[in-house]
Design a binder for this molecule. Structure first.
Ligand SMILES: Nc1nc2c(ncn2[C@@H]2O[C@H](COP(=O)(O)OP(=O)(O)OP(=O)(O)O)[C@@H](O)[C@H]2O)c(=O)[nH]1
Length: 637
């Protein structure tokens, strides 16, 4: 027999074989000190004296120094029997009474019971009497009582974040595998989570009562896939109780006690939290170093906020106040946190008076699915806000940001670990908080890459349109390019900078210095109103651009000139050659207004007279050009 314990995160599986051999120590000399606990192929243990008489009110945690504590998780693929096994262990230790407890006691949420799956990791503290025996069956010592913290974890991949957080509080894990189904996808994923967390892994082949059970095949799989010694596997049936008596002794003998220094200043890892109507935010914590007592002043390393410890205790399996939590123990703390935002999962809590190095915390969550959540009735937005805040206190793996939709009004954009996680979140919102929501079609995150990749393409186009000559083009780094151009000054003075900023979303910066005069094919472009040149609007332009510019100028000027009693022609010309022309038509005075009926020749006479008058005005008339027209004309380049 042996156990698998990883010494470093970089260790490869084949190397583990020799490591497990190194870790085997002679058990005969063992006393109550983990460093002396050993393991022998023939060693066995006296199993439980049940502790059903354990009186919660008299729990004295000072009886349990770290060497008498074991923190372990149960991990497995979906439905391989974790929760059932957890129930049996709670019964075996008298933590819950047989038959009186509901099946899957630790699956407390309605959604868990309805769906028959675990979605929240749950912790329960058990007490168990154990005595070590030597190879010859002689007791090595008197039985002594151990404090065991069991964490039941979800099996579905969507909730693996719960598993990884739970493992942070453990030193060992029971890897449960269905004796008929063998190793499955989540068995592998969870094994590696535990392996990378440096945990001692004990394989438990469960459901051996099934007719199709084939424990030998599963043992071979465990050996070939994880290099776990087949002799280490425990064979159990959580249904019939077969083999269960070996589970807790194996936990005590093979798993190490929590590390940590009881004389160091307090450091606690915030594992989970939830909101209780009466007590406020209840935090689940693992005390890594030092001691926590009711009445202590503690601070959060993340927010710097301070709190007074109002209540402290263990989950046995319901909240049991103990007034203290010692190094290595897992329990709950009520500290008057008002908002769930204050209880940050992965945060380090410490005594306010001491300065400590924060614990590493947890890896950030990677959201895979996003969906909008809106109240069915828009006026319920605040109530939904409240419900989501409460629920995310208990499910830190959901990301929430406010958003608004034209059709649905104010709501939230939530990120989930998968579709089942999203579904469970919606169901919990409804069942636990009575919130009726509309959720939008789930979507996954995308990264957009614009087809031209960078802004440089647009900048090159702009510069060549402005008759630029490229002198230099280099990349400063993967994000930034440097370009040097020789550009005609006329092309950049007016709006080049604005255009550059606009096509690069403001990222490009621009500087220029004077270069010497250059020979160029230039012409003078005149603007004429009714044949008369307007000096102030004449421009020197490049010959190739003259016609287009002429057209632009003429069209633009037309917009600024009001209609008058005579027709106005606007022309652009290079010398005597007109390159563009527009006409502002005349306003027509109704000279026939007073002619009711009457002779048609009289009407014609009046119209002819009007035409003559207009010709005269056109010749002598002057056109008003507003000041802004001059300004705007400059912008046409
Ligand atoms: N025959 C047999 N059935 C078992 C045994 N252990 C558990 N089951 C059944 O297997 C099913 C799944 O058990 P659970 O304990 O809910 O499995 P789980 O691994 O906690 O499931 P998730 O929390 O969803 O991952 C239930 O119907 C149990 O009654 C066993 O030893 N033998």
């Amino acid at each position: 027999m042996g156990y698998l314990r990883r010494a470093s995160n970089t260790l490869s599986l084949p190397k583990l074989r020799s490591l497990s051999a190194i870790n085997r120590v002679n058990p005969v000399e063992s006393r109550l000190s983990w460093t002396q606990f050993g393991w022998n192929h023939r060693a066995f243990c006296s199993h439980s004296r049940q502790n059903s008489k354990d009186n919660a009110n008299s729990i004295d945690l000072s009886q349990y120094p770290t060497e008498r504590i074991r923190n372990f998780s149960i991990i497995a693929h979906v439905d391989h029997g974790k929760s059932t096994l957890a129930d049996r262990l709670l019964e075996l230790t008298g933590t819950i009474k047989r038959g009186l407890g509901q099946p899957q006691y630790l699956d407390k949420l309605q959604v868990e019971r309805e769906r028959g799956i675990t979605v929240k990791a749950q912790t329960a503290t058990m007490f168990y009497d154990h005595k070590f025996q030597g190879a010859n069956g002689i007791d090595v010592q008197e039985p002594c009582r151990f404090l065991l913290n069991l964490i039941d974890t979800p099996g579905h991949v969507d909730f693996s974040y719960e598993v990884s957080r739970s493992l942070a509080a453990c030193q060992g894990a029971l890897l449960v595998v269905d004796a008929a189904q063998g190793v499955q996808a989540q068995t592998v994923a969870n094994f590696y989570l535990a392996f990378e967390s440096n945990l001692t892994i004990i394989p438990v082949i469960n459901k051996i009562d099934q007719p199709t059970a084939d424990p030998d095949r599963v043992k071979a799989q465990l050996k070939s896939m994880f290099d776990l010694d087949p002799n280490d596997a425990l064979l159990t049936s959580a249904k019939t109780g077969q083999g269960l008596e070996h589970v807790l002794p194996a936990v005590i003998e093979r798993m190490p006690p929590p590390p940590g220094n009881c004389n160091s200043p307090l450091r606690m890892l915030l594992l989970d939290s939830y909101y209780d109507e009466y007590k406020g935010v209840i935090c689940h914590v693992a005390v890594v170093d030092g001691t926590l007592r009711k009445g202590d002043k503690i601070s959060s390393a993340a927010t710097g906020q301070s709190y007074e410890v109002l209540d402290v205790g263990i989950m046995h399996p319901e909240l049991k106040p103990t007034g203290v939590l010692l190094t290595g123990q897992v329990g709950y703390v009520v500290s008057g946190m008002r908002s769930t935002k204050e209880a940050r999962v992965g945060d380090t809590l410490h005594q306010s008076r001491s300065i400590v190095e924060p614990l590493p915390g947890f890896k950030p969550v990677k959201h895979m699915v996003f969906s909008g959540v809106y109240p069915v009735d828009g006026s319920d937005f605040e109530a939904l806000n409240h419900a989501i805040e409460r629920l995310t206190c208990n499910d830190a793996s959901v990301s929430v940001t406010k958003e608004s939709s034209t059709a649905l009004g104010l709501g939230f954009r939530c990120g989930f670990l998968g579709l089942l996680h999203m579904d469970v979140f919606h169901q919990r919102l409804e069942q636990e908080y009575g919130a009726h929501v509309i959720s939008t079609v789930p979507t996954v995150p995308y990264i957009f890459e614009y087809s031209d990749g960078r802004y440089v393409g647009a900048v090159i186009t702009l510069c060549s349109e402005r008759r630029g000559e490229q002198l230099e083009y280099t990349f400063i780094d993967s994000q930034r390019a440097f370009m040097k151009y020789r550009l005609p000054l006329r092309e950049i003075v007016v709006d080049f900078y604005n255009e550059l900023k606009s096509i690069t979303s403001g990222y490009a910066s621009f500087d220029y210095e004077d270069s010497e005069y250059q020979a160029s094919d230039l012409v003078k472009l005149d603007l004429l109103l009714n044949g008369q040149p307007i000096d102030a609007m004449a421009a020197i332009v490049h010959n190739l651009k003259a016609q287009r510019l002429g057209r632009d100028l003429v069209e633009k000027l037309k917009k600024f000139i009001d209609r008058q009693m005579f027709e106005i022609t606007i022309q652009a010309a290079i010398g005597s050659k007109v390159v563009a022309r527009e006409t502002v038509s005349a306003m027509r005075k109704n000279v026939l207004a007073k002619c009711y009926g009457g002779d048609v020749t009289r009407k014609r006479k009046l119209l002819e007279k009007q035409k003559e008058g207009k010709k005269r005005m056109k010749r002598v008339g002057s056109v008003d050009i507003p000041q802004e027209a001059f300004h705007e004309m400059l912008k046409v380049s």
